[in-house]
Design a protein around this ligand. Structure first.
Ligand code: ATP
Ligand code: MG
Length: 256
Protein backbone atom coordinates (compact mmCIF):
# COMPACT_ATOMS: atom_id res chain seq x y z
CA UNK A 1 0.00 0.00 0.00
CA UNK A 2 1.10 3.57 -0.68
CA UNK A 3 -0.64 5.12 2.33
CA UNK A 4 -3.35 6.28 -0.06
CA UNK A 5 -6.76 4.61 0.03
CA UNK A 6 -7.50 6.29 -3.29
CA UNK A 7 -4.70 6.91 -5.75
CA UNK A 8 -5.82 7.43 -9.36
CA UNK A 9 -4.51 9.39 -12.32
CA UNK A 10 -6.10 10.48 -15.57
CA UNK A 11 -9.50 8.96 -14.78
CA UNK A 12 -11.76 9.64 -17.76
CA UNK A 13 -15.30 8.66 -18.76
CA UNK A 14 -16.94 9.65 -22.02
CA UNK A 15 -20.58 9.57 -23.00
CA UNK A 16 -21.52 10.31 -26.61
CA UNK A 17 -18.03 11.61 -27.34
CA UNK A 18 -18.12 14.04 -24.38
CA UNK A 19 -15.76 13.54 -21.45
CA UNK A 20 -17.98 13.91 -18.38
CA UNK A 21 -15.01 12.97 -16.19
CA UNK A 22 -11.90 14.35 -17.79
CA UNK A 23 -8.41 13.34 -16.73
CA UNK A 24 -9.08 13.35 -12.99
CA UNK A 25 -6.21 12.78 -10.55
CA UNK A 26 -7.27 11.99 -7.02
CA UNK A 27 -5.35 10.95 -3.94
CA UNK A 28 -6.83 10.42 -0.51
CA UNK A 29 -4.77 9.26 2.47
CA UNK A 30 -6.02 6.34 4.52
CA UNK A 31 -8.29 7.35 7.36
CA UNK A 32 -9.03 10.82 5.95
CA UNK A 33 -12.38 12.37 5.08
CA UNK A 34 -12.28 13.93 1.62
CA UNK A 35 -15.18 16.15 0.57
CA UNK A 36 -16.11 15.96 -3.10
CA UNK A 37 -17.77 19.14 -4.31
CA UNK A 38 -18.94 20.53 -7.61
CA UNK A 39 -22.04 21.79 -9.40
CA UNK A 40 -24.82 19.51 -10.64
CA UNK A 41 -23.65 17.43 -13.57
CA UNK A 42 -19.95 18.06 -12.89
CA UNK A 43 -19.06 14.35 -12.75
CA UNK A 44 -19.07 13.47 -9.03
CA UNK A 45 -21.32 10.41 -9.23
CA UNK A 46 -19.57 9.14 -12.36
CA UNK A 47 -16.18 9.46 -10.64
CA UNK A 48 -17.43 7.68 -7.51
CA UNK A 49 -18.83 4.83 -9.59
CA UNK A 50 -15.49 4.37 -11.33
CA UNK A 51 -13.66 4.34 -7.99
CA UNK A 52 -15.82 1.64 -6.47
CA UNK A 53 -15.52 -0.69 -9.44
CA UNK A 54 -19.04 -0.26 -10.84
CA UNK A 55 -18.09 1.69 -13.94
CA UNK A 56 -15.12 0.99 -16.17
CA UNK A 57 -13.07 4.11 -16.97
CA UNK A 58 -12.32 4.84 -20.64
CA UNK A 59 -8.86 5.99 -19.61
CA UNK A 60 -6.80 6.35 -16.50
CA UNK A 61 -5.14 4.12 -13.97
CA UNK A 62 -4.54 3.70 -10.29
CA UNK A 63 -5.69 1.94 -7.18
CA UNK A 64 -8.35 1.94 -4.50
CA UNK A 65 -7.26 0.19 -1.31
CA UNK A 66 -4.18 -0.93 -3.19
CA UNK A 67 -6.33 -2.74 -5.78
CA UNK A 68 -6.17 -1.89 -9.47
CA UNK A 69 -9.27 0.08 -10.53
CA UNK A 70 -9.43 -1.68 -13.89
CA UNK A 71 -8.25 -5.24 -13.24
CA UNK A 72 -9.46 -5.69 -9.66
CA UNK A 73 -12.78 -3.86 -9.77
CA UNK A 74 -14.54 -6.91 -8.34
CA UNK A 75 -12.29 -6.99 -5.29
CA UNK A 76 -12.73 -3.26 -4.73
CA UNK A 77 -16.52 -3.78 -4.69
CA UNK A 78 -16.13 -6.24 -1.83
CA UNK A 79 -13.96 -3.95 0.26
CA UNK A 80 -15.59 -0.58 -0.37
CA UNK A 81 -18.97 0.67 0.82
CA UNK A 82 -20.92 2.73 -1.73
CA UNK A 83 -23.89 4.81 -0.67
CA UNK A 84 -25.85 5.79 -3.75
CA UNK A 85 -27.24 9.28 -4.32
CA UNK A 86 -30.78 7.93 -4.52
CA UNK A 87 -32.01 5.58 -1.76
CA UNK A 88 -31.48 2.17 -3.27
CA UNK A 89 -32.85 -0.38 -0.82
CA UNK A 90 -36.23 -2.08 -0.65
CA UNK A 91 -38.99 0.17 0.63
CA UNK A 92 -41.30 -2.78 1.28
CA UNK A 93 -38.80 -4.59 3.50
CA UNK A 94 -38.15 -3.65 7.12
CA UNK A 95 -34.88 -2.11 8.25
CA UNK A 96 -33.69 -5.48 9.55
CA UNK A 97 -34.80 -7.36 6.44
CA UNK A 98 -32.92 -4.91 4.23
CA UNK A 99 -29.73 -5.30 6.27
CA UNK A 100 -30.11 -9.07 6.34
CA UNK A 101 -30.51 -9.07 2.56
CA UNK A 102 -27.32 -7.03 2.14
CA UNK A 103 -25.47 -9.37 4.49
CA UNK A 104 -26.57 -12.28 2.29
CA UNK A 105 -25.28 -10.51 -0.83
CA UNK A 106 -21.88 -10.17 0.79
CA UNK A 107 -22.04 -13.79 2.03
CA UNK A 108 -21.25 -12.71 5.59
CA UNK A 109 -20.86 -15.81 7.80
CA UNK A 110 -22.55 -14.61 11.02
CA UNK A 111 -25.33 -12.56 9.46
CA UNK A 112 -27.45 -12.01 12.56
CA UNK A 113 -24.48 -10.65 14.48
CA UNK A 114 -23.39 -8.37 11.63
CA UNK A 115 -26.94 -7.01 11.32
CA UNK A 116 -27.19 -6.43 15.08
CA UNK A 117 -23.89 -4.55 15.04
CA UNK A 118 -24.96 -2.30 12.17
CA UNK A 119 -28.33 -1.64 13.84
CA UNK A 120 -26.67 -0.66 17.11
CA UNK A 121 -24.05 1.49 15.46
CA UNK A 122 -26.66 3.63 13.68
CA UNK A 123 -29.10 3.44 16.64
CA UNK A 124 -31.65 1.62 14.51
CA UNK A 125 -32.25 -1.32 16.85
CA UNK A 126 -35.57 -0.08 18.20
CA UNK A 127 -36.85 0.63 14.71
CA UNK A 128 -35.61 -2.56 13.08
CA UNK A 129 -39.15 -3.78 12.33
CA UNK A 130 -40.22 -0.59 10.52
CA UNK A 131 -40.63 -0.65 6.76
CA UNK A 132 -37.87 1.27 4.99
CA UNK A 133 -40.49 3.03 2.86
CA UNK A 134 -42.14 4.49 5.97
CA UNK A 135 -38.97 6.14 7.29
CA UNK A 136 -38.30 9.88 7.16
CA UNK A 137 -35.31 11.15 5.14
CA UNK A 138 -32.83 11.17 8.01
CA UNK A 139 -33.65 7.61 9.13
CA UNK A 140 -33.53 6.35 5.56
CA UNK A 141 -30.01 7.74 5.23
CA UNK A 142 -29.02 6.02 8.48
CA UNK A 143 -30.30 2.75 7.09
CA UNK A 144 -28.39 3.35 3.86
CA UNK A 145 -25.18 3.97 5.82
CA UNK A 146 -25.78 0.91 7.98
CA UNK A 147 -26.12 -1.09 4.76
CA UNK A 148 -22.73 0.19 3.58
CA UNK A 149 -21.04 -0.91 6.79
CA UNK A 150 -22.30 -4.50 7.04
CA UNK A 151 -19.31 -5.99 5.23
CA UNK A 152 -16.82 -3.84 7.20
CA UNK A 153 -15.42 -1.81 4.32
CA UNK A 154 -12.11 0.05 4.61
CA UNK A 155 -13.25 2.73 2.19
CA UNK A 156 -16.60 4.51 2.10
CA UNK A 157 -17.84 6.33 -0.99
CA UNK A 158 -20.85 8.38 0.03
CA UNK A 159 -22.76 10.19 -2.72
CA UNK A 160 -24.64 13.18 -1.28
CA UNK A 161 -25.61 11.15 1.79
CA UNK A 162 -27.35 14.04 3.55
CA UNK A 163 -29.20 15.70 0.66
CA UNK A 164 -32.58 16.88 1.90
CA UNK A 165 -31.88 15.81 5.49
CA UNK A 166 -32.62 18.20 8.39
CA UNK A 167 -29.73 19.96 10.19
CA UNK A 168 -29.83 17.85 13.37
CA UNK A 169 -29.86 14.57 11.43
CA UNK A 170 -27.07 15.88 9.21
CA UNK A 171 -24.95 16.72 12.26
CA UNK A 172 -25.48 13.24 13.70
CA UNK A 173 -24.64 11.68 10.36
CA UNK A 174 -21.37 13.63 10.27
CA UNK A 175 -20.52 12.63 13.84
CA UNK A 176 -20.85 9.07 12.60
CA UNK A 177 -18.58 9.75 9.59
CA UNK A 178 -15.91 11.15 11.94
CA UNK A 179 -16.22 8.17 14.22
CA UNK A 180 -15.63 5.87 11.24
CA UNK A 181 -12.59 7.89 10.14
CA UNK A 182 -11.22 7.68 13.69
CA UNK A 183 -11.42 3.91 13.30
CA UNK A 184 -9.22 4.15 10.18
CA UNK A 185 -11.88 4.06 7.47
CA UNK A 186 -11.29 6.40 4.54
CA UNK A 187 -14.27 8.43 3.37
CA UNK A 188 -14.92 10.19 0.06
CA UNK A 189 -18.17 12.09 0.43
CA UNK A 190 -19.90 14.30 -2.11
CA UNK A 191 -21.93 17.23 -0.88
CA UNK A 192 -23.32 20.61 -1.86
CA UNK A 193 -23.31 21.87 1.74
CA UNK A 194 -20.53 24.25 2.77
CA UNK A 195 -20.87 23.43 6.47
CA UNK A 196 -20.15 19.81 5.58
CA UNK A 197 -17.15 20.82 3.48
CA UNK A 198 -15.79 22.48 6.62
CA UNK A 199 -15.94 19.14 8.44
CA UNK A 200 -13.72 17.36 5.88
CA UNK A 201 -9.97 16.94 6.27
CA UNK A 202 -9.47 17.80 2.62
CA UNK A 203 -11.53 18.82 -0.39
CA UNK A 204 -11.72 18.24 -4.12
CA UNK A 205 -13.69 20.63 -6.30
CA UNK A 206 -14.73 19.44 -9.75
CA UNK A 207 -16.56 21.15 -12.63
CA UNK A 208 -16.99 20.13 -16.27
CA UNK A 209 -15.40 16.82 -15.26
CA UNK A 210 -12.14 18.51 -14.31
CA UNK A 211 -10.57 18.96 -10.89
CA UNK A 212 -10.34 22.72 -10.33
CA UNK A 213 -9.04 22.69 -6.75
CA UNK A 214 -7.74 20.17 -4.26
CA UNK A 215 -6.37 20.46 -0.73
CA UNK A 216 -7.42 21.64 2.70
CA UNK A 217 -9.99 24.41 2.98
CA UNK A 218 -7.32 27.01 3.77
CA UNK A 219 -5.06 25.83 0.93
CA UNK A 220 -7.92 26.12 -1.55
CA UNK A 221 -8.86 29.61 -0.37
CA UNK A 222 -5.21 30.70 -0.46
CA UNK A 223 -4.58 29.29 -3.95
CA UNK A 224 -7.62 31.02 -5.42
CA UNK A 225 -5.97 34.40 -5.08
CA UNK A 226 -9.06 36.10 -3.64
CA UNK A 227 -8.95 38.76 -0.92
CA UNK A 228 -8.07 37.53 2.58
CA UNK A 229 -11.10 36.32 4.51
CA UNK A 230 -12.90 35.02 1.39
CA UNK A 231 -15.18 32.10 2.08
CA UNK A 232 -15.01 28.69 0.45
CA UNK A 233 -18.31 29.43 -1.27
CA UNK A 234 -16.87 32.61 -2.80
CA UNK A 235 -13.86 30.64 -4.03
CA UNK A 236 -16.05 28.00 -5.66
CA UNK A 237 -18.17 30.65 -7.39
CA UNK A 238 -14.97 32.21 -8.72
CA UNK A 239 -13.61 28.87 -9.90
CA UNK A 240 -16.80 28.00 -11.73
CA UNK A 241 -16.89 31.43 -13.41
CA UNK A 242 -13.35 30.90 -14.67
CA UNK A 243 -14.11 27.34 -15.75
CA UNK A 244 -17.18 28.50 -17.64
CA UNK A 245 -14.99 30.76 -19.76
CA UNK A 246 -12.47 27.98 -20.40
CA UNK A 247 -14.46 24.77 -20.74
CA UNK A 248 -18.16 25.40 -21.41
CA UNK A 249 -19.42 24.87 -24.92
CA UNK A 250 -20.92 28.13 -26.26
CA UNK A 251 -24.47 28.63 -25.02
CA UNK A 252 -24.42 25.46 -22.97
CA UNK A 253 -24.56 24.95 -19.22
CA UNK A 254 -23.08 22.23 -17.08
CA UNK A 255 -25.86 19.78 -17.86
CA UNK A 256 -25.36 20.17 -21.60
N1 ATP B 1 -25.07 6.85 -18.28
C1 ATP B 1 -24.93 8.09 -18.75
N2 ATP B 1 -25.14 8.34 -20.07
C2 ATP B 1 -24.97 9.57 -20.59
N3 ATP B 1 -24.62 10.66 -19.85
C3 ATP B 1 -24.42 10.47 -18.54
C4 ATP B 1 -24.56 9.19 -17.93
N4 ATP B 1 -24.28 9.31 -16.60
C5 ATP B 1 -23.99 10.61 -16.40
N5 ATP B 1 -24.07 11.31 -17.56
C6 ATP B 1 -23.81 12.74 -17.72
O1 ATP B 1 -22.52 12.99 -17.18
C7 ATP B 1 -22.50 14.25 -16.53
C8 ATP B 1 -22.00 14.04 -15.10
O2 ATP B 1 -23.02 13.37 -14.36
P1 ATP B 1 -22.86 13.00 -12.83
O3 ATP B 1 -24.11 12.30 -12.44
O4 ATP B 1 -21.58 12.28 -12.63
O5 ATP B 1 -22.77 14.44 -12.15
P2 ATP B 1 -22.87 14.84 -10.61
O6 ATP B 1 -21.71 15.74 -10.33
O7 ATP B 1 -22.99 13.62 -9.78
O8 ATP B 1 -24.22 15.70 -10.55
P3 ATP B 1 -25.26 15.92 -9.32
O9 ATP B 1 -24.65 16.94 -8.39
O10 ATP B 1 -26.48 16.46 -10.02
O11 ATP B 1 -25.50 14.58 -8.70
C9 ATP B 1 -23.89 14.83 -16.65
O12 ATP B 1 -23.92 15.73 -17.73
C10 ATP B 1 -24.75 13.62 -16.90
O13 ATP B 1 -25.90 13.96 -17.63
MG1 MG C 1 -24.39 12.95 -8.48
Amino acid sequence: MTGFAIDVRGLTKRYGGRAVVDNVDLQVHEGRICGFLGPNGSGKTTTIRMLCGLLRPDAGEGTCLGLDVIRQARDIKRQAGYMTQKFGWYEDLSIRENLDFIARLFEIPDRAHAVDEALERLRLTERQGQLAGALSGGWKQRLALAGCLIHKPRLLLLDEPTAGVDPKARREFWDQIHQLADEGITVLVSTHYMDEAARCHELVYIAYGKVLAQGTESQIVEQAGLPAGSTLEEVFVKLIDRAQDNFAAPGKGLRA
